[in-house]
Design a protein around this ligand. Structure first.
Ligand code: FAD
Length: 394
């Protein structure tokens, strides 16, 4: 496989770089650079800017408003955006439910939802996990009972990121409890304003609302809101998780963090801080790991573009990408040393900013936040099982 970029790829990179430089709000990119969350309105505005250019959904087909780029080109696009500290677009809409609607939705569903996702007029959250169903998702217990043209939904979903911001949720529900778990699941698209839905916050270690628990109490959902056939929701869900996982290597995110480590070490050196050989060796080792990950990701994405299927191999990318982010975070924390200790300004009662340089304020907070990568989107242990069985044939 040819890993070097061709002239068209290089021209594409330059075009993206110039467009982002000209259109991304500097205040927003500065927040991203320093690790602060951006407002939903800021992400929405950036989404609309990309959508006007036809770049909001690089992976969607052209006929529904996407750019329909190859996986390799999407990878390059992702790296350019991340390197410029652009906010991440809403993955639940663009990478999860959007592609599922494109594949399984009726024309009515496509017309209703896709344009609004593209233009940031509709935002989604993912209702999969339940208190008793995480890795073993098929054991979910939320039920949807048939009642004429409607379902009546009861149960609860947990760890629902961004439910407090979303106006819609996609949910896996049991529509048949008398069959093997995977055969009795359906996939519903639900308006969060529907009576009977309540959202309770779940706070992370630093008091920040990171997740929610969403409760469904006799929630009436029209059957026309079902995506795909009744009791075939597991197929939709598996396909959606595949979409989630195709770009899981976190190469772009790792490149952005590595760039931050270089900036921080340069700034710290200016303040008279010296880094010993061990530090530089660790930094070199991380850079080598990143290059290896990037080459491996490109190898699989090229295979996919050439019509090949990527199966369990993406578990390797997910595992290595998330582990690398965590290793990069640790080294960045080491680089700012004691300035990382107050964790972040939101934990200080007086709300003052960083005690060190501005870049040190969120380092610890991001580091702990990224611990969640071990679990989110399929835990590392489960990825190891998949690699052992499906890749190595053990
Ligand atoms: C940051 C973050 C955001 C999230 N956002 C969402 C969201 O928006 N929507 C949503 O639906 N969910 C979300 N989740 C939930 C996530 O999908 C689940 O946490 C995940 O599927 C694991 O499920 P669990 O928490 O029930 O843990 P369990 O499945 O109970 O696992 C507990 C431990 O046992 C291990 N384990 C489980 N099964 C096996 C096995 N077969 N072999 C070896 N070890 C095993 C796991 O690796 C883990 O260490 C989020 C999670 C995180 C961390």
């Amino acid at each position: 496989m040819e890993l070097a970029l061709n002239d068209a790829d290089i021209a594409f990179q330059s075009e993206v770089r110039a467009y982002v430089a000209a259109n991304l709000d500097k205040k927003v990119s500065e927040k991203v650079r320093l690790g602060y969350g951006v407002e939903k309105s800021e992400t929405d505005e950036w989404t609309r800017i990309l959508n006007r250019k036809g770049w909001a959904a690089p992976h969607w087909p052209v006929e529904v408003g996407g750019a329909q780029w190859s996986a390799v080109r999407r990878h390059l696009f992702d790296i350019e955006l991340r390197s410029a500290h652009a906010p991440e677009l809403q993955g639940f809409g663009f990478s999860m439910v959007g592609p599922a609607i494109i594949k399984y939705g009726s024309d009515e569903q496509k017309n209703k939802y896709l344009p609004k996702i593209l233009n940031a007029e509709m935002s989604w959250c993912q209702g999969y996990s339940e208190p008793q169903a995480g890795s073993d998702l098929a054991s979910l217990r939320t039920t949807a009972t048939s009642d004429g043209d409607n379902y009546v939904v009861n149960g609860s979903k947990i760890w629902t990121s961004a439910a407090e911001l979303a106006d819609h949720i996609f949910v896996l529900v049991k529509t048949d409890t008398d069959v093997k778990p995977q055969l009795g699941i359906s996939f519903l698209l639900i308006d969060m304003e529907t009576p009977g839905i309540t959202v309770e916050p779940l706070l992370a270690f630093n008091g920040v609302r990171l997740w929610n628990q969403v409760f469904f109490d006799d929630v009436v959902v029209p059957k026309t809101n079902r995506l795909g056939e009744e009791n075939k929701g597991w197929t939709v869900a598996k396909n959606l998780l595949g979409n989630e996982r195709l770009q899981v290597s976190r190469v772009a995110e790792n490149r952005r963090i590595l760039g931050n480590i270089f900036t921080i070490t340069r700034e710290e050196q200016k303040r008279g801080i010296a880094f010993d050989d061990t530090f530089w060796q660790k930094l070199s080792a991380l850079e080598i790991r990143l290059e290896a990950l990037d080459a491996t990701a490109l190898r699989y994405l090229s295979k996919f573009d050439a019509g090949g299927s990527i199966g369990a191999e993406v578990s390797m990318l997910k595992l290595k990408g998330s582990q690398l982010v965590q290793a990069m975070d640790s080294l960045m924390f080491e680089a700012i040393a004691l300035y990382g200790l107050p964790l972040d300004s939101r934990m200080r009662a007086d709300g003052t900013g960083a005690i060190g340089s501005d870049y040190s304020d969120m380092v610890a907070s991001r580091m702990y936040h990224h611990r969640g990568y071990t679990i989110a989107g399929g835990s590392s242990e489960v990825q190891h099982n998949i690699i052992a069985q499906a890749v190595l044939g053990l």
